[in-house]
Design a protein around this ligand. Structure first.
Ligand code: ADP
Ligand code: MG
Length: 344
């Protein structure tokens, strides 16, 4: 196949990215954007943790609904949340982008891109995450094509100490940071309005501007509090099922203990509980700790709530159980959110 000539817009965009992100210096990035590879210097005594996450137009965001700042923010937040779940400190981010031609050539497209990078950069600055490289190409397929972004996050944890999904034991207590159901509730609102929403402040926009719990994850690792940890990206029910399978245990959630997000509460009790259990994209941390470990009410400034417990794996009991306010116990099916496929 003949190699297509590289459009000028691509080169200009990479130059712009390099300029915009170069002010952030890090002792862990010996060489950033501009060469064939970046050179990283991990702290001594650490291991490297790596995660990659797609943000695909039509699946993870809708270009006519989400502000570009939110798309950029969420792209990075997804990766940072995975680092948080391992208790890792971010070292660098890499971003592979496929872009429709008009995003590089039309003023409207360039404004969209500027917004995307503004959102990404604001979050990167907040957590001191340098963008150390990436790749840029035109989207494949028929025009106009779609925006495809793949973020790669590199982090470090003290050797042998990274939090995993696999350490929970029967008798451990289950905790969650922050509130649940907010992202699903805000997304429902965004869809209902069916028009582009303006970029807001990062505060209280659990769907548009989720806050990765990096400091809380690091504190859990540093203070050896958690036996297992996972971030809630697909919904509490689905991610708890992952944790249970990895640990070889079962779990019970107490419905009345769920910290329902104020935005979800507005949906009414039944819908709020569904959003909290299955809504997804809350990017909170779900972790287990021995019953004898005292867990503070807040960790690194984030509320922590006890929501249930880890139980023995028995063939007679379901993987997940929901204990209702009246004490009745029901099987809880993992039923996390299937992104936007249903809304197109
Ligand atoms: P190569 O052909 O060697 O892959 P590129 O021209 O694709 O080089 O990239 C030049 C430099 O710009 C590299 O350091 C690369 O990491 C960086 N880069 C390219 N695209 C992006 C992007 N979307 N985000 C961040 N850095 C990028
Ligand atoms: Mg390249």
């Amino acid at each position: 196949m003949k190699k297509p000539r590289r459009p000028l817009g691509e080169i200009a965009l990479i130059e712009q990215i390099r300029r915009d992100f170069s002010p952030m210096r890090s002792k862990h990035v010996a060489l950033g954007i501009g060469d064939d590879c970046a050179i990283l210097r991990p702290p001594t005594g650490s291991e490297i943790v790596v995660t990659t996450d797609f943000s695909l137009e039509g699946r993870h965001f809708l270009r006519d609904l989400h502000p570009p700042e939110s798309v950029g923010h969420r792209c990075l937040a997804r990766g940072l949340s995975d680092l948080a779940a391992m208790g890792a400190t971010p070292l660098a981010a890499f971003l592979s982008l496929a872009l429709p031609a008009d995003l590089l050539s039309e003023p409207k497209g360039r404004r969209w891109l500027a917004g995307f990078f503004r959102g990404l950069r604001t979050l990167a600055n907040r957590y001191q995450v340098p963008l150390a490289g990436g790749d840029t190409s035109q989207s494949p397929g028929k025009s106009p094509g779609e925006v495809l972004a793949d973020i790669i996050l590199i982090g470090a944890t003290p050797t042998g100490k990274a939090l995993r999904r696999s350490g929970a034991s029967p008798g451990d207590v289950l905790y969650v940071t922050g509130h649940l159901g907010g992202a699903a509730a805000e997304f429902a609102e965004v869809l209902h309005r069916r028009k582009a929403v303006k970029a807001g402040t990062a505060k209280n926009h659990p769907h548009l501007y989720p806050e990765p719990r990096l400091a809380a994850g690091r504190a859990l690792l540093g203070r050896s509090l958690a036996t297992a940890c996972i971030d809630i990206s697909d919904g509490l029910s689905t991610d708890l099922a992952h944790l249970c399978r990895a640990s070889g245990v079962h779990a019970e959630i107490e419905q009345s203990a769920l910290p329902i997000h104020p935005l979800a509460r507005k949906l009414g009790t039944g819908a709020a509980i569904q959003a909290a259990l299955h809504g997804g994209e809350d990017y909170e941390l779900l972790f287990s700790a021995p019953a004898t470990t005292r867990i503070p009410k807040s960790i690194a400034g984030v509320r922590v709530n006890r929501i249930g417990r880890i139980t023995q794996k028995r063939s007679a009991t379901p993987l997940l159980t929901l204990k209702q306010a009246d004490g009745k116990r029901n099987r809880l099916e993992p039923a996390g959110w299937e992104h936007f496929s249903a809304h197109r």
